[in-house]
Design a protein around this ligand. Structure first.
Ligand SMILES: C[S@@+](CC[C@H](N)C(=O)[O-])C[C@H]1O[C@@H](n2cnc3c(N)ncnc32)[C@H](O)[C@@H]1O
Length: 243
């Protein structure tokens, strides 16, 4: 299971208010503008924050997400009817001819299983028009971000309207080569409920991602920095060639 909290309705409902700072999406919005995207496929759209930002700018958006509970949150948001939501992953998409495909907030790392990863790259390629781009971020393994995923360093509390105070923290439970598994604990003050969610992320080297992209026919046009997390992420801009 890559990231089971997104499929739990109680956890999906607090995903946005727990971390309302989505300045990470600014770079993706800027890229949609830079590439003059009129049709975007958002892979692993979660609760639909980015898909709805795009739709609000008049862009045609398809959001695909395997976790039904997250998609329910997305659908219910104002403007939700402007997006075409698909429950699933990028391996079985209808024909789209998208200008841009995106994987925001480390979706690429959540696709930890090699078959799913290759299926995603293949599916995104097929969904792009010739000349269309796939953009996504992945943490630089050299920065060893998981070392900060301790209770002490990740402890967070938020008072969520309609829910009450929620405490949360991460704790790494295993590191096996490029795979990092961690448990997130959520404590709901309102009823004392304690929920946990286990996630596994794959940390890929830059060269490995470039090789995988080439294998599936993409040209890596650029590898950028994430402006809100300088030096910590690789932001890949990969292009489906014109012909
Ligand atoms: C950290 S969340 C990011 C959600 C959203 N992109 C955002 O910016 O808020 C990672 C998402 O990746 C999704 N995911 C996991 N495996 C996936 C797969 N094989 N294909 C597509 N999405 C996947 C999870 O369900 C989750 O919604």
């Amino acid at each position: 299971m890559a990231d089971e909290c997104f499929g739990n309705p109680r956890l999906a409902a607090i995903y946005d208010p727990l971390d309302p700072d989505r300045s990470d999406l600014g770079a993706y919005l800027a890229m949609a503008e830079e590439f003059q995207a009129r049709r975007v496929l958002d892979i692993g759209c979660g609760t639909g924050v980015f898909a709805l930002l795009l739709a609000g700018r008049g862009i045609e958006v398809v959001g695909v997400e395997p976790a039904g509970a997250s998609l329910d949150v997305a659908r219910a948001k104002p403007g939700g009817e402007r997006v075409r939501w698909i429950e699933g992953d990028a391996t079985a998409l209808p024909p789209l001819r998208a200008d841009l495909a995106t994987m925001t907030a480390n979706v690429a790392q959540a696709i930890a299983d090699p078959d799913s990863w290759h299926g995603t790259l293949r599916g995104a390629y097929a969904a792009l028009r010739p000349g269309g781009r796939l953009v996504f971020e992945t943490r630089d393994p050299a920065r060893r971000a998981w070392e900060g995923w301790t209770r002490e360093e990740s402890y967070h509390t938020a008072d969520i309207p309609g829910v009450g105070p929620v405490e949360s923290w991460h704790r790494v439970t295993g590191v096996e080569g490029p795979l990092v598994t961690f448990r997130t604990t959520y404590v709901f003050a309102a009823d004392g409920a304690v929920l946990t969610s286990d996630s596994t992320l794959r940390f890929r080297e830059r060269e490995e991602v470039e090789a995988d992209l080439a294998l599936h026919g993409y040209e890596t046009e650029d590898v950028r920095d994430a402006p809100d997390r300088p030096g910590r992420e690789f932001v890949f801009v990969a292009r489906r060639p014109h012909a």
